[in-house]
Design a protein around this ligand. Structure first.
Ligand code: CP
Length: 316
């Protein structure tokens, strides 16, 4: 594996290898071993053109736990504001010593362009590109699901037969896309539910079932219901349905939450959560909500990705 750009192109074997390596990383951390020497002398660059709390800090924590140096590149105060191109920016950072570039960009396909146009000799990790993909988010979601369902015996196991419902603003969600492809590769059944206006054209070609009857789906007690963040910033002022309509129809309101409260259905959210819009405080604060567990698992998953890209065997 040379880069991590999209779960759509991740094979079953590579996906399981990342999850199993993440399990080893988590086990080492549980043993209070805070730092491994594995990536000493390597430099990881965090290059974020969009804001982030979880992804940027957990990549930094992951790199530091593997003893890599980390350069956090502040796009807003950089020469990007003077018109410097992505290609020149990345090549400048490589000249300073970057071995891996972790990039979040507002343009769908930006990570592919960097990796495939010969602009960079580094390992490229897509930390979210436009509405396209967010592969490490899907990997940490799968890791969380696998651990919840298989416990400490999770290594080597996939998600065959697991039912995951992804709810909300599918249209703008790179998290939804990455999860659809990865969950499908790992054998899970995926149902998408949300406002028809926020369902992508072409969704009928995805390996999913689309079902607009959210209450009916929740009554089936799926293994997990993944509530997506409503991405108002990508709607260019055209918020339709209105926030109140959205919550009534597609939010995990207190009433809707009662359908799955105290069952085995996990409530997942990639964060940041819009409390009161796509998820009620009661659901967000319930023991069934794995959002913080997902964040914690993100460090192990990102350690695994950095390890496999920078220290794994050639051709793996
Ligand atoms: N889930 C996620 O990508 O969160 P951040 O935007 O905070 O990185």
């Amino acid at each position: 594996m040379r880069h991590l750009l999209a779960t759509r192109e991740l094979s079953y074997d590579h996906a399981l290898a990342i999850l199993d390596t993440a399990q080893e990383m988590a086990t080492v951390s549980d043993r209070s071993i805070k730092k491994l020497p594995t990536l000493r002398g390597q430099t990881v660059v965090n290059l974020f053109f969009e804001d982030s709390t979880r992804t940027r800090t957990s990549f930094e924590a992951a790199a530091k736990r593997l003893s890599a140096d980390v350069l956090n590149f502040a796009v807003k105060t950089s020469s990007v504001s003077k018109g410097e191109s992505l290609k020149d920016t990345v090549q400048t950072l490589e000249a300073i010593g970057g071995d891996a570039i972790v990039m979040r960009h507002w343009a769908s396909g930006a990570a592919q362009q960097l990796a495939n146009f010969g602009w960079s000799s580094s390992a490229i990790i897509n930390a979210g590109d436009g509405t396209h993909e967010h592969p490490t988010q899907a990997l940490l979601d799968a890791f969380t699901l696998r651990n919840r369902l298989h416990g400490t015996q999770a290594t080597g196991k996939d998600l065959n037969g697991v039912h995951v419902v992804i709810v909300g603003d599918i249209l703008h969600s790179r998290v939804a896309r990455s999860n659809v492809w990865l969950l499908h590769t790992l054998g899970a059944k995926v149902t998408l539910s949300g406002p028809p206006t926020l369902m992508p054209v072409g969704v009928n070609t995805w390996p999913v079932e689309v079902n607009y009857d959210l209450d009916g789906i929740l009554a089936q007690h799926p293994d997990a219901v993944m509530m997506l963040r409503v991405q108002a910033e990508r709607m260019a002022g055209a918020f339709f349905p209105s926030p109140a309509e959205y919550t009534r129809g597609w939010g995990l309101t207190n009433d809707r939450y009662q359908t799955i409260a105290d069952t085995d259905t996990l409530i997942m959210h990639p964060g940041p959560m819009n409390r009161g819009l796509e998820i009620s405080a009661a659901a967000a604060d319930s023991a069934q909500n794995t959002a913080l567990e997902q964040v914690a698992n993100g460090v192990s998953v990102r350690m695994a990705v950095l390890y496999l890209l920078l220290a794994g065997q050639p051709g793996q």
